[in-house]
Design a protein around this ligand. Structure first.
Ligand code: ATP
Length: 447
């Protein structure tokens, strides 16, 4: 787990992730995202939205409320069935999910204090309860959504009525979800507040199996384009699956603590629309204009967690490299599209006003198109290393030659190679590198 510690410490030290409410000693299961973390999160969401909504004709977006009528969760089965089996160790009083404990005959073994004990497990509902309005009574009870999907099912008719979507079609949503996890752990892997990126793709029942398989492949490919290599697909056994699922395939990443789910693709059948229809009394059938048939569609759901992808990306990108005899660097080899900063701009020396002036104007100009960092402290080598550590893709250095011929050096994060390029072409060159059309290798641009 040494690797894990290095990543969490980098995340804190450089402003990706802070423990939540830190000055009060924290709050278990909650994290805050710092200046770089918020950029990386934003870029992950942007990449998902672009792929799943902007590039698609048959998928539209939605942003529904976090707190909704509690009937939704009664209908979906979350109120009665969204629970984990909980046991408490009588010695150290720590609480665990039974599935996280090892068993010795009829007894459990506590992973905290090694106590062997017998205990009856009890069902613990994972939804956070709150009250709407001033009275704290059962009529005003409500829940923070445990998944964003609920908001999509209850807006199924609204979206159909306000668009010209025809089956098969999808509704996508990115937003916060909350689960009162018994045992939050593994940094930002299992938290109590997190962001989901979910698609509900509605299909004819007889076509559900085909679309399910297609979505599993499409989603798996997406992770590969992000740069995640240590991934695999795993089909859930029947007893593992959520109550609404007919089939589920998890996409898993090999974290330092083992293979774990980052996205689940489920065939939720017509379970949700039928349930919401029953509880609301509203007709949520789909009417097929061509066949004049009325039916409840099946739904395929790819559901991903932003923080888990974020964490997987950090694990995959983190590298320590010996680049000279006495020189080591830490580098985050993030996909350029996801990197918090695309470029850093440096004047070679901070005490030469002409260099600073030119560097400043290049910086300002690049900022119109990219996320750009500025650094004029210490020596150039240190500045490069500092940017490598946060995954900045390129570094532009303005030196004395720049004042004479309007060229700058452009350094590549992954190879540390440099080329000279004219300031007039700089934007174009950077754009091509960020978009993956060209790479900086062996000191010159190659296609
Ligand atoms: P797990 O089995 O790990 O608890 P799950 O199967 O309950 O996860 P889903 O209900 O399928 O998770 O949720 C879809 C996605 O939401 C997950 O793949 C994950 O990326 C994210 N997610 C779920 N629970 C959490 C959590 N407690 N913290 C962070 N992300 C989560």
């Amino acid at each position: 787990m040494e690797g894990l510690e290095k990543i969490t410490s980098l995340a804190k030290r450089r402003g990706f992730v802070y423990p939540g409410s830190e000055i009060y000693g924290g709050l278990s299961g909650f994290y805050d995202f710092g200046p770089l973390g918020v950029e990386l999160k934003f870029n992950i969401k942007q990449a998902w939205w672009s792929e799943m909504v902007q590039m698609k004709d048959d998928i539209k977006g939605l942003s529904s409320a976090i707190i909704m009528n509690p009937k939704i969760w009664e209908a979906s089965g979350h109120l009665s069935g969204f629970s984990d089996l909980l046991v408490e160790c009588p010695k150290c009083h720590k609480r665990f999910k039974t599935e996280d404990l090892t068993k010795k005959g009829d007894s459990f073994v506590c992973p905290e204090c090694d106590n062997t004990f017998q205990s009856k497990a009890r069902q613990f509902n994972l939804m956070f309860k709150t009250f709407v309005g001033p009275a704290e009574d059962s009529v005003s009870a409500a829940y923070l959504r445990p998944e964003t999907a609920g908001g999509i099912f209850v807006n199924f008719k609204n979206v159909l009525d306000t668009t010209r979507l025809k089956i098969p079609f999808g509704i996508a949503q990115i937003g916060k979800a909350f689960r009162n996890e018994i045992n939050p752990k593994d940094f930002i892997f299992r938290t109590r507040e997190f962001e989901q990126m979910e698609l509900e793709y509605f299909v004819k029942p007889e076509e559900a199996d085909r679309y399910f398989k297609e979505w599993v492949e499409t989603r798996f490919d997406w992770y590969q384009t992000l740069g995640l290599k240590n991934i695999r697909k795993r089909e859930q056994a029947k007893e593992e699956r959520a109550h609404y699922s007919k089939a589920t395939v998890d996409i898993e990443y090999q974290f330092p603590f083992g293979w774990q789910e980052i996205e689940g693709i489920a065939n939720r059948s017509d379970f949700d629309l039928k349930a919401q229809m029953k509880f609301s009394g509203k007709d949520l059938n789909y009417f097929d204009e061509e066949t004049k048939e009325k039916f409840v569609p099946y739904v395929i759901e790819p559901s991903a967690g932003v923080e888990r992808i974020f964490f997987a990306l950090l694990c995959e990108a983190y590298a320590e490299e010996q680049i000279a005899k006495n020189e080591k660097r830490i580098v985050l080899k993030l996909n350029p599209q996801l990197a918090p900063y695309k470029v850093a701009v440096f004047p070679l020396l901070a005490n030469k006003p002409k260099l600073v002036e030119l560097a400043r104007s290049i910086y300002k100009n690049l900022k119109k198109d990219f996320a750009v960092a500025w650094d004029d402290r210490g020596n150039i080598g240190k500045r490069y290393f500092s940017q490598d550590e946060i995954g900045t893709v390129l570094a532009v250095t303005v030196d004395f030659q720049s004042l004479e011929d309007q060229t700058v050096t452009l350094r590549d994060r992954d190879t540390t190679k440099q080329i000279r390029t004219s300031t007039s072409e700089l934007k174009e060159v950077i754009k091509k590198i960020i978009n993956g059309e060209e790479f900086l290798k062996f000191g010159k641009l190659v296609k």
